[in-house]
Ligand binder design. Structure first.
Ligand SMILES: [Zn+2]
Length: 189
């Protein structure tokens, strides 16, 4: 495996592993004594599964087309009404924010769904899926089995859509990073 392995000693209670396309990070307590070989042996399967999924997401991200919906809010309102009729529940508020990691979230008590402004770059059916996903959290807060059962009932292709969403996230983060990078370079010129 030609990936970077980084060991970071932190004030943490337990060691944890993080995998991305660049490599593997081991975040460990300061007194942690274990070799990287041992860690690889112990968690080989998990590490490979993670890497395989990341490679798959990367491949997907390369094929995706970016949109630019000017009417994101109207579109979302339409989906909220439409899905509201099916679920018999509607959010009291829909808020749009800049978010780096997530496409949306749901504040269960406040009956509020928060959506990523970058949804405007996604195809319509994925925007609808994100709204559906967050609205299902108005019913079930967590990602437990019954949550996914409800999602599956309403959208049998949800697994495919979750992958596409991960692909779009990667694509957009790379896109923003390249803009940042270009800006930084401009500063030097
Ligand atoms: Zn969720």
């Amino acid at each position: 495996m030609n990936k970077k392995v980084l060991i970071l000693k932190r004030k943490v209670k337990y060691a944890r592993l993080e995998v991305d396309l660049e490599g593997l990070r081991i975040i460990a307590p300061e007194n942690f004594q274990i070799s990287t070989d041992e860690i690889f042996q112990k968690h080989r399967k998990w590490i490979w599964q993670k890497i395989e999924r990341l490679e798959e997401i990367k491949k997907i991200s390369e094929t995706l087309e970016l949109y630019n919906h000017e009417d994101l809010k109207e579109m979302v309102n339409f989906f909220v009404e439409d899905i509201g009729k099916i679920l018999k529940i509607k959010p009291e508020r829909v808020v749009f924010r800049k978010m780096k990691v997530r496409w949306g979230s749901c504040h269960h008590e406040k009956k509020t769904i928060i959506l990523n402004k970058s949804l405007k770059f996604l195809p319509k059916e994925l925007i609808r899926y994100v709204v559906l996903h967050e609205m299902c959290h108005l019913i079930f807060r967590n990602h437990k089995n019954y949550f996914w059962l409800l999602i599956k009932k309403l959208d049998p292709n949800f697994k495919e859509k979750e992958k596409l969403l991960a692909g779009y996230r990667l694509k957009l983060n790379c896109y923003y990073d390249s803009i940042k990078h270009a800006k930084r370079q401009n500063n030097y010129w």
